[in-house]
Design a protein around this ligand. Structure first.
Ligand SMILES: [Zn+2]
Length: 210
């Protein structure tokens, strides 16, 4: 971890990004705008290797089809590969830490749980231990995930900390790629964008007349 951190810290271009939020209004949710990106990697600015996409369910239907706004984002091969490995600093630390701390918490909860006297309550220590283990696992998994994300900023960029924690990602209205973070707010009919790279942000504004 430290080695990778040092190596990338020296190769990463200095970022002047202030992480300002850019707001894109969607006047008609049934016809979301098509956003154009500069023809190079959204994160590092190197030549485009592939296109990844962000997508948002607009929460409305058109011809009885759910309307989805798709944002095609050019990325270089290196950044796209990094994006595909993002679970290393999000889901995986959460699961590993959650499992370890959950298991550690399970044992005392199981041992000290009051044991039932009837057959119906005989399994209570398992239920109680499991519950305590789950809660402790989620809490510590989330803490460790936050720490790992903070440590991985030199590799994955500042926006990595904007990604929802695994435990919340199922309810989240955000979608992220390395170099860009996007959030859809239906009530305000807005897409909020944040760029990692200031140059790309400026070009994006120009292309889309923002
Ligand atoms: Zn790149």
């Amino acid at each position: 971890m430290l080695l990778a951190k040092e190596r990338l810290a020296t190769t990463r271009p200095p970022s002047s990004c202030e992480n300002k939020i850019m707001i894109i209004s969607i006047s008609d949710l049934k016809n979301p705008p098509t956003l154009q990106f500069p023809n190079r990697c959204v994160n590092c600015g190197k030549p485009k290797g592939e296109i990844l996409s962000l997508s948002f369910d607009m929460g409305v239907q058109k011809k009885s089809q759910q309307v989805v706004m798709k944002i095609s984002v050019p990325m270089c091969k290196t950044c796209a590969d990094k994006e595909r490995s993002i679970a290393k600093v999000t889901l995986i630390p959460f699961l590993i830490a959650g499992f370890i701390f959950g298991a550690i918490a399970f044992i005392p909860a199981f041992i000290f749980s009051p044991e039932g006297v009837t057959p119906d309550t005989a399994t209570f220590p398992y239920t109680f231990g499991g519950f305590v283990g789950l809660v402790v696992g989620i809490i510590f998994g989330t803490i460790i995930e936050s720490i790992v994300k903070a440590i991985s900023i030199p590799v994955y960029g500042k926006l990595v900390t904007k990604r929802p924690l695994t435990i919340f990602s199922f309810f989240s209205n955000t979608d992220d790629l390395i170099g860009i973070s996007a959030k859809f707010i239906k009530d305000k009919k807005q897409i909020q964008l944040q760029f990692e790279n200031q140059e790309i942000e400026n070009e994006f504004k120009k292309i889309n007349n923002l």
